[in-house]
Design a protein around this ligand. Structure first.
Ligand code: AHG
Ligand code: MN
Ligand code: MN
Length: 359
């Protein structure tokens, strides 16, 4: 079979790096290590049914959710690999209550927030699941890269930030401060989709050579769509404006492109990925179903914010529905939840008009 040369993700990352003459290659290195972790998870996901790795681990996480064996595998794969990559100073994961320190002496200048396996409830049914990640520059003073101790340095002087562990403060930064964000979707094929602020690129894993090749250059979400993704089982828990908006999408108005079609997989990465390509609006609004989760189910740092960066880079929008843009929220805690309305610009604008009573 003739194989086109293909642009590998490593080649693409190097091209990105060349766009920034001052680049040190550390972000490239970070992404490359994360990609190795993703390939490891992909191989395990594809074997899950055979490797006795389906089902529950018997543990629950800080979210109060049962942890699947694959959640645990994915979490350990990422944190163990990234703890020694040398490019980050601290991590947070959906599966860990507190911050995850990196190995001593391996502190770098970035931070990593990740959802190791999104859509866990679908693992046992062979429905697409994914990993989501978000990268910031550490807030604390960077100091000089470790160049070895100078004779003039006193103990206090020679403490470059590179040598300093990061803190929760370094992780609690706005979405519009992100350096990079992306997801890997383990579906009919394994795809990596990410942005560093210069558009959105999609890569497909060729398992026969173990390499991601550029398959979806410069991804753009359609301006308007005919699909909506929401768990209508929560309809009776929504506020009135949210019900009105969904009712509106289902009305007959052929000229206006309604009714919309409903597409809901229950795996955020899969619903988001389909909407990014085909167009659509995804909603996980606040509801009064669970008093412990007044702001809806999804988490800000490692679900809403990374996908908001991607959708904005692709020409879409991401909001909470109560007047805030996801990318502008000042995080208060690691596992903070937010309502999420994300997708085509026209649809998110229209949803906001319903939710703030303008329509
Ligand atoms: P996770 O598996 O990382 O906990 O995320 C699950 C989330 C998200 O993937 C999806 O959109 C949502 O849960 C589905 O929730 P419902 O089952 O309540 O619709
Ligand atoms: Mn998730
Ligand atoms: Mn998860």
């Amino acid at each position: 079979m003739h194989r086109p040369l293909g642009i590998t993700v490593s080649r693409h990352i190097m091209d990105l790096q060349r766009l920034h003459p001052g680049a040190t290659g550390e972000l490239s290195g970070l992404l490359s290590e994360l990609i190795v972790a993703a390939k490891t998870i992909s191989a395990e996901v594809n074997m899950a049914g055979l490797a006795d790795i389906l089902g529950m681990s018997g543990k629950t996480n800080i979210q109060g959710e049962e942890v699947q064996k694959l959640d645990e595998f994915a979490n350990n794969t990422i944190k163990n690999r990234m703890a020694r990559c040398g490019y980050i100073c601290v991590m947070t994961s959906e599966e860990e209550d507190d911050i995850i320190p990196v190995a001593e002496g391996y502190e770098g200048k970035y931070t990593l927030a990740f959802d190791p396996l999104d859509g866990s409830s679908n693992i046992d049914f062979n429905v697409s699941i994914g990993t989501i990640f978000s990268i910031h520059l550490r807030k604390s003073d960077l100091g000089e890269p470790p160049v070895g101790r100078r004779s003039t340095d006193t103990e206090e002087d020679w403490q470059p930030a590179y040598g300093k562990p990061g803190s929760a403060e370094d992780l609690l930064q706005k979405g519009n401060k992100q350096v990079a964000a992306g997801y890997i979707i383990y579906g009919s094929s394994t795809m990596l989709v990410f942005t560093t602020g210069e558009g959105v690129q999609g890569f497909t894993l060729d398992p026969s050579v173990g390499e991601f090749f550029l398959s979806h250059p410069d991804m753009r979400i359609p301006e308007k769509s005919r699909y909506f993704s929401v768990n209508e089982g929560n309809y009776s828990y929504w506020d009135e404006n949210m019900c009105r908006y969904i009712d509106y999408l289902k009305e007959q108005d052929e000229a206006g492109g309604r009714p919309y079609s409903s597409r809901y997989i229950g795996s955020l990465v899969s619903d988001f990925h389909r909407n990014l390509i085909a167009g659509g609006i995804f909603l996980y609004p606040k509801d009064n179903k669970n008093p412990a989760k007044p702001s809806g189910k999804l988490r800000l740092l490692y679900e809403a914010v990374p996908l908001a960066f991607i959708v904005e880079q692709a020409g879409g929008r991401a909001v909470t529905g109560d007047g805030r843009n996801i990318m502008e929220i000042e995080p208060q805690e690691l596992h903070q939840r937010v309502p999420l309305i994300i997708g085509c610009r026209h649809d998110v604008d229209e949803a906001e008009d319903f939710l703030n009573g303008k329509k």
